[in-house]
Design a protein around this ligand. Structure first.
Ligand code: UDP
Ligand code: MG
Length: 319
């Protein structure tokens, strides 16, 4: 098998057929053996049925069904772990990443002899102002924390060689943010620029809460710097405290000790808030440690059409 294309899919009934048609039109002319590994991330709409129908006319389509929604990065992990190609591309199903670019990436990788090809968005005008600004902030921060090798505006549209996929699979870390982990591995890479289109149909599966989650996961998995916030707050607090003590002694000696309700009140509130913030930061890391220590699998596979020993049972999703 030369090429695997991993596609995490969650409730994408509106766009799936369109996506399949465009991807197939891009892959068939390659004339090389390939597989498309669609990871159905516990969809509750017509997605499983549509996939079953598509499979009837497209032998290269393989469906890995997860038992329940495990999240985008976990679905990606499932697809990467089960892919068999010498090259593995990952792409979103919503046609924001053009499938026609997969062969371009493959050619670029072979021509330049690199292990990684990033799809980089050079035009985000189709995204909302808010998404552009938060993305700018995210990539800026992550380049600082995870290293300048992280290409700005590279999402999860990329091509990896088998070597990289195997290395990723061998990492003991379970909760992964691939857009940071892949550059961190440090393989020779190149980029292919593209214009990010609008979602062809359906709605985003990344509401604000999930974006925040990805952001905290990214930061905590690559930097312990937030933990130092507590230390710096402590140092600063001690200095302020020293000044306040001197003032207090001065006030006591001069006998002017009656006023001071507002300053006490504000100080108590402020110190309380800072302490809670630091506790919360600490909690983020403890939570990550806990999740990794539990050692639970990040995804749960219900069926894989390539797995003969465990045949798919469509009855399991027909409620
Ligand atoms: N996705 C997934 N599981 C999830 C959320 C999303 O597999 O829990 C898939 C989704 O079907 C799509 C890709 O991940 O193929 C990216 O999601 P989306 O396009 O909604 O994110 P956005 O482009 O809005 O950031
Ligand atoms: Mg999208």
């Amino acid at each position: 098998m030369e090429l695997s294309v991993v596609v995490p899919v969650y409730d994408e009934e509106d766009v799936l057929e369109l996506f399949a048609a465009r991807l197939r039109a891009a892959l068939d002319p390659l004339g090389e053996p390939y597989e498309v590994v669609v990871v159905d991330d516990g969809s509750r709409d017509a997605t499983p049925r549509l996939l079953e129908a598509l499979r009837a006319g497209w032998p290269q389509l393989r469906v890995v069904r997860l038992r329940r929604n495990c999240g985008h990065q976990a679905a990606l992990t499932a697809g990467l772990d089960r892919s068999r190609g010498a090259w593995v591309a990952s792409i979103d199903a919503d046609l924001q990443d053009p499938p026609e670019l997969v062969p371009v990436m493959l050619t670029a990788a072979r021509r330049e002899g690199v292990d990684v090809v990033y799809g980089v968005r050079d035009d985000r005008t189709s995204d909302t102002w808010f998404k552009r600004r938060t993305a700018g902030l995210y990539y800026g921060l992550m380049r600082r924390e995870a290293g300048a090798d992280v290409p700005a505006d590279a999402g999860d549209f990329r091509l990896l060689s088998r070597r990289v996929v195997d290395e990723l699979a061998a990492l003991p870390e379970r909760h992964r943010v691939y857009r940071l982990l892949v550059p961190w591995l440090g393989h020779p890479s190149t980029v292919v620029a593209y214009r990010r289109d609008e979602r062809a149909a359906g709605t985003s599966k990344y509401p604000l809460a999930r974006m925040v989650r990805l952001g905290t996961d990214s930061l905590t998995s690559f930097s312990a710097r937030p933990l130092r916030v507590a230390t710096w707050c402590g140092v600063l607090g001690s200095l302020v405290c020293l000044l306040a003590m001197l003032t207090a002694v001065g006030a006591h000696l001069s006998g002017a000790t009656v006023p001071g309700w507002a300053s006490t009140f504000v100080a108590v509130l402020f110190v309380g808030a800072v302490q809670l913030l630091c506790l919360g930061l600490l909690g983020e890391y403890v939570g990550r440690l806990y999740a990794e220590a539990q050692h639970r699998p990040p995804y749960l596979v219900a069926s894989d059409t390539a797995d003969e020993r465990r045949p798919t049972r469509p009855a399991s999703w027909q409620r």
